[in-house]
Design a protein around this ligand. Structure first.
Ligand code: ZN
Ligand code: ZN
Length: 363
């Protein structure tokens, strides 16, 4: 991964955002910029380059993983070490310097401690999401990682299909998939596996429970793996027993909506327009009010990243963005359907990763 290039571009963006320095503390951002995968680290970026702070537990790991930054091992929390090193530094400048912090991931107490340490030389300010913006467009290495994660994820659904039977517990299905994910090299799942059967299929985030799969009804399977740090996310809905006509129709409607949204993905289109394409189809099927979440989200080092594909989102899509397309419809107390794929925005449209047939599977 091009860590030096990423932190250099960030350095260049500081002046136009009225910042002299930026302290990166959100760990996925730290990883993006310098490669560190541990759980205690902070990266200070200034016009002099990048310095990575961690504690003694991570000495060996930091030396093995971090690139494009100086490494400083401290005996205290990384953010404090960064603040103390700044407080003791000679800036050679007249007036206060502005240190940007990642307000959303920094607890108020931490921010107060830092401000006290850095007074009077530095002023703290919540920085705009500069790293998140950079992370929205993936480079070829990242797309390669996501592609492999999605392939592994797609393989898990084969296991689920074999395991889904009336009387089997949802957690058993999830367990089989999660074991297979580990065997395929996954570091973990990108979120708690969702296996929602029968009436529970209408629960949007129906994590696998101890419920038994009933004789008849939909089973929503939403799952993803983390491979080399990158997430996958995929949903397939199957039907156990013979589907009623209305159930079949709802599946067709959701698939239709998903395909319309995928067809709408291309550079220059707004995230809101892609969401609208899915919603329009469901409106035609009189199911719009049962589509209770957004159409998709970016993914990468985190399972939910920018952009968000929801109504009125004005972010325009660009080649290299990786997003999910996942419309659904949920009738409370009855049933629910969701179909989700990961797509990469290309110069001319998009590529669906691990495309497979999506006709309704009846078990
Ligand atoms: Zn999902
Ligand atoms: Zn998703």
């Amino acid at each position: 991964m091009d860590h030096s290039g990423r932190s250099r571009r960030l350095q260049e963006a500081l002046p136009e955002n009225n910042l002299d320095l930026l302290l990166v503390t959100h760990l996925p951002n730290v990883r993006y910029l310098c490669g560190f995968t541990g759980s205690a680290g902070a990266l200070l970026v200034s016009d002099r380059g990048a310095t990575f702070f961690t504690d003694g537990r991570y000495m060996a790991q930091a030396r093995a993983e971090v690139s494009g930054a100086r490494i400083l091992i401290a005996r205290k929390a990384p953010f404090l070490a960064a603040a103390e090193s700044l407080a003791g530094s000679r800036t050679g400048r007249v007036g206060k310097q502005v240190l940007g912090v990642e307000g959303e991931s920094m607890p108020a107490a931490v921010r107060d401690r830092m401000a006290a340490l850095l007074r009077p030389k530095f002023k703290l300010r919540s920085a705009p999401p500069l790293v998140e913006r950079a992370r929205m467009v993936k480079d070829a290495d990242e797309i390669g990682c996501i592609r492999r994660a999605v392939e592994v994820g797609a393989g898990l659904f084969r296991m689920a299909r074999k395991k889904i039977r009336p009387g089997t517990k949802e957690v058993e299905v999830a367990g089989t998939m999660e074991y297979a994910a580990r065997c395929a090299g996954a570091e973990g799942m990108s979120f708690s596996t969702i296996i929602a059967s029968g009436q529970r299929s209408a629960v949007v985030h129906g994590r696998a429970s101890n419920a038994m799969i009933p004789d008849r009804g939909f089973v929503v399977c939403d799952f993803g793996v983390i491979l080399a740090g990158y997430c996958s996310d995929r949903t397939r809905t199957v039907h156990v027993g013979r589907p009623a006509r209305a159930a079949r129709q709802m599946y067709e409607a959701v698939l239709d909506a998903q395909q319309a949204a995928i067809a709408a993905v291309r550079p220059g289109v707004t995230a809101g327009e892609v969401d609208g394409a899915a919603r329009r189809v469901l409106r035609k099927w009189k199911l719009a009010r049962y589509f209770t979440h957004s159409t998709g989200h970016g993914l990468g080092l985190e399972i939910h990243e920018a952009p968000r594909l929801a109504a009125a989102q004005r972010q325009r899509l660009e080649p290299g963005m990786v997003i999910t397309i996942e419309p659904g419809a949920y009738i409370p107390g009855k049933w629910g359907v969701r179909i989700e794929d990961v797509v990469v925005v290309t110069p001319s449209g998009c590529e669906v990763l691990a495309p497979r047939d999506k006709e309704l599977i009846v078990i």
